[in-house]
Design a protein around this ligand. Structure first.
Ligand SMILES: Nc1ncnc2c1ncn2[C@@H]1O[C@H](COP(=O)(O)OP(=O)(O)OP(=O)(O)O)[C@@H](O)[C@H]1O
Ligand SMILES: [Mg+2]
Length: 261
């Protein structure tokens, strides 16, 4: 059961910023969800709470049935093994090889840093890392330093690293925001192919509505820290999503215009 259950989640930061109000949704095993929302709507905060890097102020989160509890470090460590992350800025270690970056994906599983270092890693782990690189079409770049490849290639390496982790749930926070449109769509194609072939549960933050509707089977929209849209893709058109990005003033203006007609 590769699920993510978020119940009445609230998060107020120590400076008083209320990033999440009462967020409630459940993503079932194998579901592909795109999370949309304006800057500051709380998307990354939600991911940080799901991965236990931020303590919620209210509510609860279960990943694969396991409660996310920051104070229970052993349990959190176990649950984190199942959560693969893909980031906007790739989060690769730039001064080591592509192959080494992928090997680091196994760290949570094997437990010992040294065992994920290329010279000491087992043959089985090295073979698996090459297979992951091959899956993203980059085995020919295994020896290349990570800072010497393009953005699109970096994100493919990050996806290979995520595969190496063998996660059950994938959280992708704006995975294509640093890429040009062509590279972005190639990365989305690859990411979605991989999550589908492995039946992974995925929540992917995007800012492009056309891309969101192309890939997300379900769209969740956050606005000012609350879920305001939670619908199947088939029930939505791009214009239904515009208001997610409207400010209150714009909305009020639109409302009075419509009223005058
Ligand atoms: N560590 C923090 N301390 C205080 N406030 C924070 C902190 N992190 C985020 N915030 C605030 O919480 C709100 C939600 O931020 P968050 O980063 O979750 O939004 P987001 O939807 O991911 O935005 P973006 O689309 O720009 O990435 C914002 O008002 C932000 O300024
Ligand atoms: Mg964010």
């Amino acid at each position: 059961m590769n699920s993510v259950a978020v119940k009445d989640l609230g998060k107020t930061y120590s400076d008083g910023t209320q990033a999440l109000k009462t967020v409630d949704f459940e993503v079932k095993s194998g579901e592909g969800v795109v999370l949309l929302g304006h800057n500051g709507s709380g998307k990354s905060t939600l991911f940080k709470c799901i991965t236990g890097f931020e303590q919620p102020s209210a509510g609860s989160i279960h990943v694969n049935g396991q409660l996310i509890d920051i104070s229970d470090k052993p349990s959190l460590k176990e649950t984190r093994k199942d959560i693969g992350m893909v980031f906007q800025h790739f989060n690769l270690i730039e001064n080591v090889s592509v192959f080494q970056n992928v090997l680091f994906g196994a760290l949570g599983r094997v437990g010992f840093f040294a065992k994920t270092l290329a010279p000491f890693a087992s043959d089985a782990l090295r073979k698996q890392a090459m297979e992951c690189l091959d899956r993203v079409g980059l085995s020919h770049l295994a020896k290349q330093r990570a800072d010497k490849i393009s953005g699109g290639q970096k994100q493919r390496v990050a996806i290979a690293r995520m595969l190496m982790q063998e996660p059950k749930v994938v959280l992708a926070d704006e995975p294509i925001a640093s890429l040009d449109p062509k590279a972005g769509l190639e990365v989305m194609d690859l990411l979605w192919e991989i999550v589908r072939e492995r039946n992974l549960t995925v929540i992917c933050v995007l800012h492009q509505m056309d891309v969101a509707l192309k890939y997300g089977e379900r769209i969740i929209g956050l606005k000012n820290g609350d879920v305001v849209i939670d619908q199947k893709n088939s029930q939505l058109a791009a214009c239904d999503l515009d208001w997610l990005y409207e400010t209150t003033a714009e909305k009020d203006e639109g409302g009075s215009e419509n009223g005058d007609q």
